[in-house]
Design a protein around this ligand. Structure first.
Ligand SMILES: Cc1cc2nc3c(=O)[nH]c(=O)nc-3n(C[C@H](O)[C@H](O)[C@H](O)COP(=O)(O)OP(=O)(O)OC[C@H]3O[C@@H](n4cnc5c(N)ncnc54)[C@H](O)[C@@H]3O)c2cc1C
Length: 570
């Protein structure tokens, strides 16, 4: 039989029998199941499969094997079959064993193993199958072999075909690309019929679009572009994690909610292939999947969405707020949530971009720092954020190297931070240096540094790289009334204390901006944590604040008739 292979190895004969029974019964029709009693045989089979060019979807290995540990074998499997998913088989209760626990943490943290899987118990063991089918789903997602995949056919990988792929990626739609002169591409062009114009998009229901506009493609994929109605309780600008969370809570609590986004779903989170630090996803979750599920959840609660709509203006009109959208006029709302996030400047080194989340991190260090204990990590950046990140990491890492393009640290960093950096013994600074390369096998292993003055390059070992090269908030379109910090991030709540921009005699609510009734959540907010979980948390908190705002209707500017002043909101 052909087809992708599932390999399982365990030298506990009874345990292997149980695994084999469950795998063959449930997956035998679509996968070739190979169950092997020793790591030696498993290694030989994996080598043969690699030599034959066979696709291995999943490798399962018991942790306690006689000749080598399961995690060592899975590490070898990773080299032979880099796309395969790898699960460490453990017995019930094994997690209480210190050595097994450490093997699991270490292997997952370094990308050798995707997750652990409990050996099956009584048949059918649905818990076992849930773990297996999750791993197989992740594998097929990475192979772009999901059902309902949208195909883009183009003459080259770049140009309009690339823009369409990028759009589908941002809308979190499964998609695949074929060159027009490939076998698949020729077949799809032939199916489209005479006069087919490239780039061509073939939808899962067979509809063919020829060189579609962004809006046409979005509509054809079943996503709304035009809002249903013009008057809402709440308009959320941005469908990243903060906006989606606010949409779920806003709609579920009965607010007429519209979410607008200039692109698609998920914001920056969609650039993360595996978010490992989001609550409730011990195996990690791709940003795309998280966004899809959050969108579905908000939609089921009745939230409205309008994609491909950029908010271009916000102003107060009568007692409400009015938002201009790029392609469909204006909508009005009693309250607005700004969840427009920020864009990180990217390093642009493909080998390092590929290790995003696997030793290479953009933005905040809070979540990852403890995992850097005993390691040598690099921080790239010369501003205060980089200095703070380096100091924070130095509390955990064995050694931290701060790589700065400028020739002096004081060029971009506050003096107090410069002094702290200089006084930290395990923190060194490399001035006049940039990062031009690097890589690793599943996890960052090395970086290439270049001396900017002399052009000399040096390859160094590295366990982590934190990129703090600047984030730019999407706030240029906001009115001057919305107070922002020097970098453009929106000030909210207590940040506005003593700022002249706040005009009411009540205090602003926690996430309220200087424009009463307009809130901000997530990365766009000054001082935010720059993480998915905190953006989601802020999105939900914003909705609680709306209840308080609407209950008291405390939007009236000073000088208008109003009820007795209520004590500070936030
Ligand atoms: C490469 C990468 C990897 C990351 N990995 C992790 C990770 O592993 N774990 C983790 O916790 N965090 C991670 N982060 C950080 C995380 O993605 C962000 O903190 C989070 O996405 C912020 O959510 P947000 O909703 O505030 O903003 P965003 O995700 O930035 O979403 C903002 C949305 O607003 C839209 N928008 C902007 N302006 C307008 C406008 N004028 N009109 C209409 N729409 C507009 C944008 O199109 C976008 O969809 C990563 C970030 C990057 C860049």
């Amino acid at each position: 039989m052909s087809g992708p292979v599932i390999v399982a190895v365990d030298d506990d004969a009874a345990a292997l029998r149980d695994v084999e029974r469950e795998l063959r019964d449930r997956y035998g029709r679509h996968y070739r199941v190979m169950c092997l009693p020793s790591p030696h045989e498993a290694r030989a089979s994996l080598e043969n499969l690699a030599a034959a060019g066979d696709e291995v979807a999943l490798v399962l290995a018991g942790q306690r094997l006689s000749e080598m540990s399961g995690s060592e074998l899975l590490d070898e499997a990773r080299h032979l079959h880099p796309h395969s998913k790898r699960g460490l088989l453990i017995a019930w209760g094994d997690w209480g064993d210190r050595a097994t626990g450490e093997a699991i943490f270490d292997s997952i943290a370094h990308g050798r193993v995707d997750h652990y899987v409990l050996r099956p118990a009584a048949s059918p063991d649905e818990l076992f199958h849930q773990a297996i089918s999750s791993l197989l789903l992740e594998w097929s997602e990475a192979q772009r072999a999901l059902p309902n995949t949208i195909y883009v056919v183009g003459e080259s990988w770049s140009g309009r075909a690339y823009e369409l792929r990028d759009l589908l990626e941002r809308c979190a739609f499964p998609h695949a690309f074929c060159l027009a002169d490939s076998n698949d591409g020729r077949a799809l062009v032939a199916e489209a019929g005479e006069g087919a114009k490239l780039p061509l998009v073939v939808m899962p229901d067979g509809t063919v679009l020829m060189d579609p506009s962004n809006a046409d493609l979005t509509r054809a994929a079943g996503s709304p572009v035009d809002p249903e109605g013009t008057d809402f309780d709440l308009v959320i600008v941005g469908a990243g994690p903060a906006g989606l969370s606010a949409a779920v809570y806003g709609a579920s609590e009965g607010f007429g909610t519209l979410v607008v986004d200039q692109g698609g779903l998920g914001g920056q989170a969609t650039s993360s292939s595996l978010i490992r630090n989001y609550l409730g996803f011990p195996r990690g979750v791709s940003g795309r999947r998280l966004a899809q599920q959050a969108h579905e959840q908000a939609w089921v609660f009745g939230a409205n969405f309008a994609f491909m709509q950029k908010a271009t203006e916000l102003r107060r009109e009568h007692d409400g707020l009015s938002i201009a959208l790029s392609d469909c006029g204006r909508v009005s709302a009693r309250a607005v949530l700004l969840a427009t996030g920020a864009s990180y400047r990217r390093l642009g080194v493909p080998a390092l971009e590929a290790l995003n989340g696997a030793g290479v991190f953009y933005g905040g260090t809070t979540a990852e720092a403890p995992a850097m204990a005993g390691q040598h990590v690099y921080v790239l950046g010369g501003a205060n954020s980089a200095g703070q990140a380096a100091l924070h990491l130095a509390r955990y890492a064995r050694r931290v190297t701060l790589v700065v393009r400028a020739q002096a640290l004081g060029a971009g960093m506050s003096d107090y931070l410069v002094r702290q950096v200089e006084a930290t013994s395990n923190l060194e600074v490399r001035l006049g240096t940039e990062i031009v390369g690097g890589g690793g096998d599943g996890w960052l292993e090395h970086l290439v540094l270049r001396d900017r003055a002399e052009g000399r390059e040096q390859t160094v070992d590295a366990d982590g790289l934190f990129l703090m090269i600047g984030a730019r908030p999407h706030t240029g379109w906001l009115p001057a009334e919305i107070d922002r910090d020097a970098e453009g991030f929106v000030l909210t709540g207590t940040d506005l204390r003593d700022r002249p921009a706040w005009r009411l005699d009540r205090s602003p609510f926690l996430l309220e901006t200087s424009m009463p009734g307009v809130f901000a959540a997530g990365d766009v907010r000054h001082g935010s944590v720059k993480r998915v979980a905190s953006a989601v948390g802020e999105g939900s908190v914003a909705i609680q604040l709306l209840h308080r705002l609407f209950a008291a209707d405390r939007l009236h500017p000073r000088g208008r008739p109003k009820e007795p002043a209520v004590r500070a909101g936030g």
